[in-house]
Design a protein around this ligand. Structure first.
Ligand code: AMP
Ligand code: GLY
Length: 433
């Protein structure tokens, strides 16, 4: 029997998950809430099913939709509804779907409460940046004044990908504390603040399937946060990713498994957390070994687009196995190709940008079988044309036998796609050659 699936979210991540699921013989109809201009071609976009903030009504509406559309699996894409306990509410309700992909609220704390995850790491000696946790502004300022080495200031709660400041001076650090703790620019998310030592090294995103018992890492990926080539310009949500990254060598990967992944599962168990879903470990490869920068409790965006393009095996089966605790019985892996994702962004992003601009050339870009275009910030106009609807508009992905070949294919595909003001980085993966 084919299973109908509801995917919550609207980004390139959700488009890529839907695209990969669609290849499974076990998958029936796909519904996306709200979805985007790309997901509309894979299934049904539902605009009347909000998932945040999570309230009783929101959960009831989703459960009613699940019942009416015979949905067997709900996939919760973004972190906010996970940390607000949407998975718990859906599981507890009438007509709960058979499978809910995404951790419960206590598992999602690993991302939603950085003070909690720092303490969890400490309790099990998982390598991470040294940090102090403050809920008192004056004490935090005193601490900053007593430190000479570079610091990182982090709001403990979720801030829509913001909330981490790398100050260049004590004055900047104190200004950040004032913004977060006194002006409360992130609201309650700034109730506690972490002041961390600044780590130096290459960053790697490591997404892992987790079923409560077993943890299966995918390939290491490297994100590019700065807007412009050569890692210049303002920070963004991410301008491109490639995988696998050669900086995560087999030797370092074994160390990561031994010192970080397995102890992380143990630590969760000790804290009473049965984590099921994706654990995304943000790593810094320092001279003193790999260290955890952060945990995320969901698929990364745009890492997922890059990884799913080269995943072998049935994503649906892997997701069911995460829910059922049977990951050790599932066969999946990754093709031995390099995968590159280039983000095409709206002119002006990450500042102000226009929306509603028509996009052309996507079909032409996908005429190369190595290329796949996932939509991120797009929607369909009344006449069906695809138009821009966000800062990061498209995730243009390609595979190749080498990083250079994959990047060239992705860049060539981007060159065929047009929308007014659109821009992208041609140098994704430059640190690796
Ligand atoms: P996070 O949300 O904790 O991943 O932080 C966002 C970004 O800030 C990371 O991807 C890093 O680039 C940077 N960052 C966070 N913590 C540190 C740290 N302790 N040292 C250096 N950079 C950091
Ligand atoms: N690409 C980083 C994230 O998804 O948080």
């Amino acid at each position: 029997m084919a299973h109908n699936i509801l995917i919550l979210g609207s980004g390139g991540r959700e488009h890529a998950i839907g695209w990969k699921l669609k290849q499974s013989k076990q998958v029936g109809k796909l519904f996306f809430a709200p979805g985007n201009g790309g997901t509309a071609a894979l299934g049904t976009n539902v605009s009347t099913l909000p998932y945040e903030p999570v309230t009783t009504k929101v959960a009831d509406d989703i459960l009613r939709f699940v019942r009416d559309n015979k949905i067997d699996m709900v996939i919760i894409g973004p972190e906010d509804p996970l940390s607000e306990g949407l998975a718990d509410r859906l599981a507890a309700g009438p007509n709960a779907p058979k499978w809910i992909f995404g951790p419960t609220k206590n598992g999602a704390q690993l991302e939603g409460d950085k003070a909690f995850s720092k303490e969890l790491m400490r309790s099990c000696k998982i390598p991470t940046a040294d940090a102090r946790i403050f809920s008192n502004y004056e004490q935090a300022v005193e601490y900053v004044k007593s430190r000479e080495t570079p610091l990182v200031i982090k709001a403990s709660g979720l801030c829509k990908g913001k909330g981490v400041v790398l100050p260049d001076s004590q004055e900047e650090a104190i200004a950040a504390l004032s913004d977060i703790m006194r002006k409360k620019i992130y609201g309650e998310a700034g109730h506690k603040v972490l002041i961390e030592e600044r780590l130096v090294g290459q960053e790697v995103s490591l997404l892992c399937f987790v079923d409560g018992q077993n943890i299966f890492p995918m390939e290491g990926a490297q994100d590019h946060k700065r807007a412009f080539e050569g890692d210049k310009g303002p920070n963004t949500g991410g301008m491109g990713v490639y995988a696998p990254t050669p900086v995560l060598t087999d030797a370092i990967m074994s160390q990561v498994e031994r010192e970080i992944l397995i102890p992380s599962l143990d630590a969760m168990r000790r804290h009473g957390i049965t984590f099921k879903g994706i654990l995304f470990v943000g790593l810094m490869l320092t001279a003193g070994g790999p260290k955890v920068l952060e945990y995320n409790c969901r698929f990364g965006d745009p890492e997922t687009q890059t990884l799913l393009l080269k995943m072998k095996g049935d994503l649906f089966a892997a997701m069911v196995a995460c829910c059922e605790g049977t990951l050790d019985k599932v066969d999946f892996g990754f093709e031995s190709k390099v995968s590159v994702c280039v983000v095409m962004a709206s002119g002006g992003y990450p500042g102000a940008y226009k929306k509603g601009l028509p996009i052309t050339g996507i079909d032409e870009a996908e005429s190369d079988p190595a290329v796949r275009v996932f939509h991120a910030g797009t929607t369909r106009a009344k006449d069906g044309t695809v138009v821009t609807a966000g800062g990061r508009v498209l995730n243009v992905c390609a595979t190749g036998t080498t990083l250079k070949e994959a990047r060239e294919k992705a860049n060539a595909a981007c060159a065929k796609i047009r929308f007014e003001g659109g821009f992208f980085r041609r140098d994704i993966g430059w640190r690796a050659g």
